[in-house]
Design a protein around this ligand. Structure first.
Ligand SMILES: Nc1ncnc2c1ncn2[C@@H]1O[C@H](COP(=O)(O)OP(=O)(O)OP(=O)(O)O)[C@@H](O)[C@H]1O
Length: 392
């Protein structure tokens, strides 16, 4: 009974959905493959809408054609995907060729847009004014890439030679770095870091140069935190390993030439690890570049979610990542009915919202409240509605 009255009080929302005017633009002529050999732009860039008074806050996000990245993250289930997808729709409807990427292993972009966007390639989203593409990156595939690099671990040939020549000390040092463990069981957050670096790699090509807004729907908080510390960790461990590898290689090479043996072959696995290290460093730099990248935290008005957001914010700031906005999603509208449940829940939410104003990490952020609407947000029309509510 209580829930029923909650759902009935915002009939305006239903009305909006019915009115939502979605242009059905055909994207059939756009290429959807990353592997195309012709380097023609995927689409022509439209003039980007000039900011108006009506878009205070959002105007900053749409101004300029220089590429900008927006990472949306937070606790599981708070509405990250809905907020990311609604932002992507809004960018596209304001003239920005936009790419929305999910690096969350549990993708929900397809569900959110109510379109099939699976397959790990760029898929055009139907029903928006400017080109909007979606990409769901498969964690399994990125993991495979890392496994390929782990062949290095199996490179026992050099180690054996070193051991047999009484130079096992160096190879023992390799073991101390626990790289075997690292390579066999990739640390959490690595999938996501590789996924982001992959997107950046694609975007470097001419074909994708026209995307001016990239929105990332990231994995829940824990992953993000690990992802942030990962590049430094890999940088240090791979860097150390590379040095040792070089020492070992030059020592064996000298010994081999003494015994007239062949020069060792170029080490592909080392190249791969070096590449991985460079890519992780790029991800780290992207996160820290406040000119181009903004991390937006999404939360809900509960003390638990807000506390987690505060910790996330502190970690992001510590890593010099730019955080300016906090979306508090699913805020109940003031109750106009006798629904006790609604009144109590709203009071509880208001108390939770109060804690934000006293939180040392969150208080300085721009707080954006997004109402809990009475239908599930799905499809471009729903996302457009949400976007118009959230991104102002
Ligand atoms: N303001 C809102 N009002 C009503 N429903 C909402 C609102 N925001 C999100 N939802 C709904 O809540 C559900 C979860 O949202 P969403 O998938 O965006 O969360 P998420 O944080 O990305 O979740 P996950 O961490 O599982 O990926 C979806 O069914 C979505 O439609």
């Amino acid at each position: 009974m209580a829930m029923a009255s909650l759902f009935h009080q915002s009939s305006k929302t239903h009305f909006y959905f019915a009115l939502a005017n979605v242009s059905r633009r055909s994207f059939s002529s756009f290429s959807t493959s990353f592997n195309s050999r012709t380097f023609k732009p995927l689409f022509q860039v439209r003039t980007v809408t000039t900011p108006t008074e009506a878009f205070v806050g959002f105007d900053e996000m749409i101004s300029g054609t220089q590429r900008k990245y927006f990472m949306l993250g937070g606790k599981g289930g708070v509405g990250k995907t809905s907020c990311a997808a609604s932002l992507a729709v809004k960018f596209a409807n304001h003239g920005h060729p936009t790419l929305v990427v999910s690096t969350d292993p549990a993708h929900s972009l397809s569900d959110s847009f109510d379109q099939n966007l699976t397959g790990g390639a760029l898929v055009p989203v139907q029903g928006v004014d400017s080109p909007l593409y979606a990409l769901e990156i498969s964690p399994e595939r990125t993991r495979e890439e890392f496994r390929a690099a782990s062949q290095l671990h199996g490179d026992s040939g050099v180690k054996n030679i070193m051991d047999s020549m009484g130079l096992g000390m160096l190879s023992e040092q390799l073991g101390e770095l626990k790289l075997g463990e690292l390579l066999d069981t990739p640390p959490p957050g690595l999938d996501e870091a590789i996924a982001i670096s992959k997107v950046m790699q694609f975007l470097e090509s001419k074909e994708y140069s026209t995307f001016s807004r990239i929105v990332f729907d990231t994995a829940p908080t824990g992953h993000t935190l690990r992802l942030l510390s990962l590049p430094d960790f890999l940088d240090a461990s791979i860097g150390k390993m590379m040095k040792l590898k070089k020492k070992i290689a030059s020592a064996t090479s000298a010994l081999k030439s003494m015994f007239n043996k062949e020069e060792p072959q170029r080490d592909d696995a080392s190249d791969k690890l070096e590449q991985l290290r460079e890519r992780m460093a790029k991800v780290r730099d992207l996160f820290r570049d406040s000119e181009t990248t903004e991390f937006i935290i999404v939360t809900i008005p509960t003390v638990m979610a807000i506390n987690e957001s505060s910790r996330l914010c502190a970690s992001l700031k510590k890593e010099s990542v730019s955080v300016r906005k906090l979306i508090v999603n699913q805020v109940l509208p003031p109750s106009t009915s006798e629904c006790k449940f609604c009144v109590m829940r709203r009071k509880d939410q208001m108390r939770a919202l109060e804690t934000i104003t006293k939180d040392p990490e969150l208080a300085s952020l721009k707080i954006i409240q997004a109402p809990l609407v009475d239908v599930e947000i799905r499809g471009v029309a729903g996302l457009k509605f949400m976007g118009d509510t959230v991104w102002k």
